[in-house]
Design a protein around this ligand. Structure first.
Ligand code: KG4
Ligand code: ZN
Length: 364
């Protein structure tokens, strides 16, 4: 503070920009000098160990992440004790990296924020016990964070979005539509009755053995489907979007997944190959699956938007739909949602891909 006062005295009524520029020339860290509220965010709800330091103005001072995707791809899905062990092995390093990148020491933090739910209990436990030790050691306040609320609010870091807005969260573990009325004021409009779309895409990719496809071996299931779909013809297969007559905003993916499984089995017979080999029609199947998932998500979201507009729950002239979660990085699904928002005169906003997937910034 002493440095700040002295420096400010150099200028006559100095602008914030001038002070920042002046301090920058001395290699000071403006975030640390001006903005005293620094929050460390810690995320371990699923298969990413992530941490970040964010200041009170929303500037990301530093972040670090360790993804377990490669390990889980090899075992054919997330095995909770394996995820727990990997979180244990990485959490200390990841938090240290986020703090070092921020040039912030634990004693300078204002609080530690950590995901406490929902998620895999064993994974959540690692982040929680690490955080509780940290706040106990450095006598800092602890902020428990709801993972879905963090996903829903992330857009406010990158865009000026007023409440209320509609949010669609689609990932490997989540699928919901909610009206966001305030920082912790959510109205749930719809959710998946069974599995999440990312989970379904991962299962289809596994059933298609896409890990053996040379172009897809290191990609998550959803990403592999999107990649292959570009080379395929969706019209070669006809899958029906689920719940076409349901008068609500819920989703369902497991019925569709079973239909696809049966189709794959039939194709394996036709092509005379064993389960575990890649079908020659894999790209066509990927294209049809992606199209059907996109249609289903877009139709349910359309219903939610119309409902909110009819009831006056969203701004009449500037209704906003925010889409986040790993599946939101799929450009074909985004395009389908864009058609819906254009038809309803709404604005579609998606955080950048790195903030769509699980990360420490959204928690901080
Ligand atoms: O948000 P996220 O990193 O983790 C949680 O599930 O919370 O999302 C991961 C999910 C996985 O199921 C993955 O297959 C899917 O997002 N995903 C995609 C794409 N990239 C990742 N799904 C469709 N298209 C993509 N490009
Ligand atoms: Zn998530």
């Amino acid at each position: 503070m002493l440095i700040l006062n002295k420096t400010a005295g150099v200028f006559f009524k100095p602008s914030r920009r001038k002070i920042y520029a002046f301090l920058g020339s001395f290699h000071f860290h403006p975030g640390k000098l001006f903005l005293h509220k620094l929050v460390l965010g810690i995320e371990t709800s699923c298969d990413d160990t992530a941490a970040a330091v964010v200041d009170e103005a929303g500037n990301v001072l530093g972040e670090a992440i360790h993804s377990q995707t490669e390990v889980h791809l090899k075992t054919g899905g997330i095995i909770p004790p394996v995820a727990q062990q990997l979180h244990r092995e990485n959490i200390q390093r990841i938090v240290q990296e986020a703090l070092s990148a921020s040039e912030v020491s634990p004693s300078e933090l204002s609080a530690v924020a950590t995901t406490i739910k929902p998620g895999l209990a064993l994974s959540l436990g690692v982040g929680l016990s690490f955080s509780l030790q940290l706040v106990d050691q450095f006598k800092k306040p602890f902020i428990p964070i709801h993972h879905m609320e963090a996903h829903a609010l992330t857009i406010r870091l990158t865009n000026k979005v007023e409440f209320p807005f509609l949010v669609l969260l689609i990932s490997g573990g989540h699928c919901l539509l909610a009206l966001v009325r305030g920082v912790s004021d959510f109205l749930l409009l719809g959710k998946s009755l069974d599995i999440a779309p990312g989970d379904m895409l991962d299962k289809v990719a596994r059933r298609l053995s896409l890990i053996k496809h040379p172009e897809c071996s290191t990609m998550s299931g959803g990403k592999a489907i999107e990649h292959l779909a570009k080379q395929g013809n969706r019209l070669h297969f006809d899958f029906q979007p689920p719940m076409q007559r349901a008068k609500n905003c819920d989703f369902s993916f497991s019925g569709l997944q079973h239909v696809i499984d049966k189709m794959i089995m039939q194709k394996e017979k036709e092509e005379g190959i064993e389960q575990g080999q890649v079908l020659s029609s894999a790209a066509d199947i990927a294209a049809a699956v992606q199209h059907t998932v996109a249609c289903h998500i877009a139709k349910r979201t359309h219903r939610a938007l119309l409902f909110c507009k009819q009831r006056g729950f969203l701004h009449q002239s500037n209704a906003v739909l925010v889409v986040s979660g790993g599946v939101a990085s799929n450009l074909y699904i985004r395009k389908a949602l864009e058609i819906v928002t254009n038809a309803t005169q709404c604005t579609l906003l998606c955080p950048p891909p790195r903030l769509c997937t699980d990360n420490g910034v959204m928690i901080a």
